[in-house]
Design a protein around this ligand. Sequence first.
Ligand code: GCO
Ligand code: MG
Length: 396
Amino acid sequence: MKITNLKVIVTSPGRNYVVVKIETDSGIYGYGDATLNGRELAVAEALEEYLAPILIGRNPDNIEDIWNYIYKGTYWRGGPVLMTALAGIDMALWDIKGKKAGLPVYSLLGGKSREKALCYSHVSGNDFEEVKEKALKKIEAGYKALRIQVAIPGLDGTYGTVEDDALELPFVEKWDSKPYLKTIPELFKYIRAEIGDGVHLIHDSHERLTVPEAIKLARKLEKYDLLFLEDLLKPENREGFRQLKSQTSTPLAMGELFNTRWEALPLIKDQLIDYIRCDLSHIGGITEAKKIAALAETFHIKTAWHGPADISPVAHLANLHLDFAIANFGIQEFAQFPKEVKEVFKGGPEFEDGYLKISDKPGLGCEIDEEAAAEYPYQKAYLPVAEALDGSVHEW
Ligand code: GCO
Ligand code: MG
């Protein structure tokens, strides 16, 4: 079998998604997700202009070889744009391999380790009561794990509580860790009192805290028994996790901003986190993530792959195939997609009573209605940015 064409589909059914379609001389084709929120066209250009020409004629069966050819053979390596482009190619090749074999990708990865995958959903609100109401609705819908975020009083917009898509220029949020560190423990106290202990709770600090702030927060939250606290420190501050880990029993998760296994390695090998949560679409796809999962397993760390609404159902399926196959699966972040997305993407994880189910369709199990995709042209969009009270730039 030979690769005959690589096509990039950019579609915006509510928000932008970039899909790689790899075609072969056998008629079998595969889809992969190459969406990088707010930088979509940079990835599309890398794929069309630089990577498509060097893939034509290659045997799509040799995923490991193609992965390494693109990663190290082409000299420029790493970074979100190139690793997202590589992820799109990688997922499409796994999709082809599965379709050719007549097997779902999880089967090619070693087969099923579980019948269903525990997932969590986002809940956020402008005040505690709104968070509680929404949490109760999700619990009623069957969710057994929730990530909760609340707007911080006195700040203009808080991560996780502001609509962050289709912004023509970045929305500017204000950030100050003082009111945040006061509000979040109060939120968890309130939510635990209102909803009880039956549901797993998670919170995402979005890489904003210093080490002492992170220690304070993690310790204060110990009594509310979180499944994990996510992204407390900047991705560059891996050494900070050493101090943090030694001072708290709240489980820690990190990884959505990493682009290679080597960025994750220091946290994994010294057991400085409890959950590794890389984004398969930004870390080079299934091939890299299965290696990271194996490293994590070696050091008794579980997975919680990044699964927000800003990566497509193809990426969510890639997550799920790996979730089903590996021994050290922890939990899967999950987003329900609106009907516009489902018009374009035919197939995705199926939610049932707090868990995700996977079909046994060959490959990844998602077809794209390319005509429907064309009905939703690209919309320029930025992520928000954050600034401190004095107007200086802060991590978003
Ligand atoms: C998460 C993430 C997302 C990111 C988003 C950026 O945990 O789901 O933090 O909300 O901010 O994917 O594009
Ligand atoms: Mg996050």
